[in-house]
Design a protein around this ligand. Structure first.
Ligand SMILES: [Zn+2]
Ligand SMILES: [Zn+2]
Length: 261
């Protein structure tokens, strides 16, 4: 099997479509259908004005355009035989395929952490990253609401890494899916991870919706995307993250708002 022109057309079409489908499903479930029923899970009490949501969608679409240009570049590199992308899963075996998924997640999260922290530098922030922080109280539509420079930085590591690390094309497709889903969850504005999650083993590794929501409301902490580990290593986790997560659920119990879990 080869990555042909028609596969490229499909991949380019799916870039904005995937954003609308994933963000749209979460937005419809949380902000429309279950807006009242799940109000106790809303991290910040207010809802953002529609002008902010329009801006989140506008900037996310410009990001999708930049992602599509980079996807085109990746196909050109692949056709010119510059990349280590492979089609036959048995070429490197299934254990390597699974390992490569974790590898992509870890490399991406570390890259995201470093570049995200750099973009909070006082000289870079007003030019580039301020766009993303228009959303103090983000919705799923904010997942890719970046300045075009930031959008390019966010995706630039992929055309580089495929030159050096063998990756099956399905592992890249799976990475794209979980990158989109994790981003949308981080900007959901609702917490649906279990009550005891942050105190569990997994909670010491993986983020929650509250974790990234706190990044938007405080602006100087919680820079990681999938994991909390880099923030822990570099002491940038908000000192009150775990307490405020526990207090959030304690308050639900005290208020006795529908919550049974
Ligand atoms: Zn930020
Ligand atoms: Zn964000």
């Amino acid at each position: 099997m080869l990555l042909t022109d028609s596969y490229l057309s499909f991949a380019l079409f799916m870039i904005p479509a995937r954003y609308f489908i994933i963000a749209g499903i979460f937005y419809t479930l949380f902000y429309i259908i279950n807006r009242k029923r799940w109000i106790h899970l809303k991290i910040q009490n207010e809802f953002p004005p529609s002008s902010i949501i329009v801006s989140e969608i506008f900037y996310s679409l410009t990001t999708m355009l930049i992602f599509a240009i980079v996807a085109l570049l990746i196909f050109k590199l692949y056709w010119a035989d510059f990349t280590l992308i492979y089609m036959d899963i048995h070429q490197h075996g299934i254990p390597y395929f699974i390992f490569s998924l974790f590898l992509l997640m870890i490399i991406h999260d570390f890259y995201f952490y470093i570049t995200h922290r750099a973009m909070h530098h006082k000289k870079i922030y007003p030019i580039v990253h301020k766009v993303h922080h228009i959303s103090l109280n983000p919705t799923p539509w904010a997942a890719f609401s970046f300045h075009p420079i930031e959008a390019f930085i966010q995706i630039a590591w992929i055309p580089i890494i495929i030159l050096f690390i063998p990756l099956h094309f399905v592992s890249i497709a799976i990475w794209v899916m979980y990158m989109m889903i994790f981003n949308v969850i981080g900007h959901l504005g609702y917490e649906f991870f279990p009550k005891k999650f942050v105190n569990s083993f997994l909670g010491k590794i993986f983020f929650t919706s509250s974790f990234h929501n706190m990044h938007h409301s405080k602006n100087n902490c919680n820079y990681g995307l999938y994991f909390v580990i880099w923030d822990k290593i570099f002491s940038t986790t908000h000192h009150n993250y775990e307490n405020s997560y526990n207090n959030f659920y304690n308050k639900i119990y005290l208020d006795n708002k529908n919550y049974k879990g």
